[in-house]
Write a protein that binds this ligand. Structure first.
Ligand SMILES: [Zn+2]
Length: 211
């Protein structure tokens, strides 16, 4: 418990002793769980949005790491904790840790874009077309009809504007008997998909915390 913790949980009307500190709020165990689960749920929801409108709170990472460290501390401290609460804390901390990893990854957008594969692909007489499953600032997942070796460097050309970029095959996964999904990492920094991702003007969780 922090030294300057108040005598009471800061939740309006709650008289239980505070057990944790979450973004400057001292909370009892129950209200820590309630608040943390709600916010983690909101971040999770925002992450499900695979459109360009996806908007994550700016301080999502700070918030998640606070949840992870607090719930880990509480689980370790509270030996006499009710098994249900203990389980809830564990779920919260593993859920937050998983989200933390996902938030750090650049966002992927579900978008079908027709592209042409080239460079290093067995000299085709006709262009090898592929379509994207999803795209991100520095890569894409594409659907192809035959597998591509991991680490192979290829070029990806957009059908619409004919721009191309070099990319490394990061992973591959068979989807059906004749379709494969291939993860590409771009070797250039340009905004190939013209996503122009805005990073400002996103709501802050800290500000929303006032209840
Ligand atoms: Zn409380």
């Amino acid at each position: 418990m922090p030294e300057q913790a108040k005598e009471q949980c800061s939740w309006t009307g709650c008289a239980r002793p505070p057990k944790s500190l979450l973004i400057d709020r001292t909370l009892c165990l129950e209200h820590f769980l309630e608040l943390a689960e709600r916010r983690v749920g909101l971040i999770n929801q925002a992450l499900q949005d695979s459109s360009e409108k996806r908007s994550l709170p700016q301080d999502a990472l700070t918030f998640l790491s606070a949840v992870i460290s607090q719930s880990t501390l509480l689980t370790a401290e509270a030996r006499l904790l009710h098994p249900r609460l203990r389980e809830q804390l564990l779920d919260l901390s593993t859920g937050a840790a998983d989200l933390y990893k996902r938030v750090r990854r650049p966002p992927r957008f579900a978008r079908r874009m027709l592209c042409i594969l080239g460079g290093g692909i067995v000299t085709p007489k006709s262009p090898v077309y592929c379509v994207t499953v999803n795209i991100s600032q520095h890569g894409a997942c594409i659907e192809v009809t035959s597998p591509l070796a991991v680490d192979r460097v290829i070029t990806l050309q957009r059908e619409d504007n004919k721009n191309f970029i070099r990319a490394r095959v990061a992973w591959g996964k068979q989807q059906t008997s004749n379709t494969f999904w291939v993860g590409l990492e771009f070797l250039g920094q340009e905004d190939f998909w013209e996503l122009g991702l805005p990073n400002n003007d996103r709501p802050s969780i800290t500000k929303e915390l006032a209840l």
